[in-house]
Design a protein around this ligand. Sequence first.
Ligand code: TRP
Length: 355
Amino acid sequence: MSDFKPLVFSGVQPTGNLHLGNYLGAIRKFVALQQDHDCIYCVVDLHAITAQLVHQDLRGQTRSIAAAFIASGIDPEKHIVFNQSAVPQHAELAWVFNCVARIGWMERMTQFKDKSGGKNAEQTSLGLLAYPSLMAADILVYRATHVPVGDDQKQHLELARDIAQKFNIDFTDHIRKTSYGVDIMVGEEPVHAYFPMVEPLIGGPAPRVMSLRDGTKKMSKSDASDLSRINLMDDAETISKKIRKAKTDPDALPSEVEGLKGRPEADNLVGIYAALSDKTKQEVLGEFGGQQFSVFKPALVDLAVEVLAPISGEMRRLMDDTTHIDAILRKGAEKARARADLTMNQVREIVGFLQ
Ligand code: TRP
């Protein structure tokens, strides 16, 4: 039994500034995965126009995500970093997937319902409905197997599996006539597959970073208060101020994780400390249990500045002269295009397009 070669793919939308939640929930995982995986990281600019068509500075936003990748330690020489629109095969495969996927699948997506809810159909783009099909194409145009994402994307990945599965089954006979198929097990069933069943990589130390002003709300780029989040471009002084002003409760930190229950702000700050130091919450509480926030917060400031200030500094440097970042993206797109082209040629043959 052959199998698909492990390959990691993920994408980040170039909308709004990156914050600590994006860094701990996604980018830090991307960095770690490079150790023992072949990785492709994409700035998904085609996705950025689904919810809002016209952007002030889409190019600048695209560069800043790429800069965050590089500044955080993603190696564009060993792996691939590029922007989605530079590889037209994503959109081409998405078209095929639009014909594989069913409208009902798309309409059931919670994110679609949330974003289109309340407004009438005249205000929701067709692209927003089709978005998960493009996301499936992003991954499968490389026949990638593992996708690190936040838990909000889990449903979209299940849909990507449904699309891959339906393609594999609908085209089984066509796939068998080529040498491109791979024998895999889907549950108990052996399937001769062209596309792999992608595995989500969800979780990690801080899958959900919460607002610094309200521990029950997710840290978000759209929160009106800038004090609610730490932006990846914040300088040391700003990071320090935001942590010092972060909401807490009057009690000392507990010694056991259990004691964080019902204390969302304490839980969040301990979680951030743990994620930034690659420790578990229990290890952090082993060190700080019984201490007041007046002791814990300065320690968190030191740690956050130590980890984040070099990243924001490097991002600023990269954004000051964009020729370097543009060259990285251009080279990345060339490498990505070569791989995506291979898949698309095979897909065209499987589907039956005359070439
Ligand atoms: N939809 C993802 C998000 O909003 C971004 C994304 C687009 C993505 N294509 C992807 C993530 C492919 C993983 C794999 O966060």
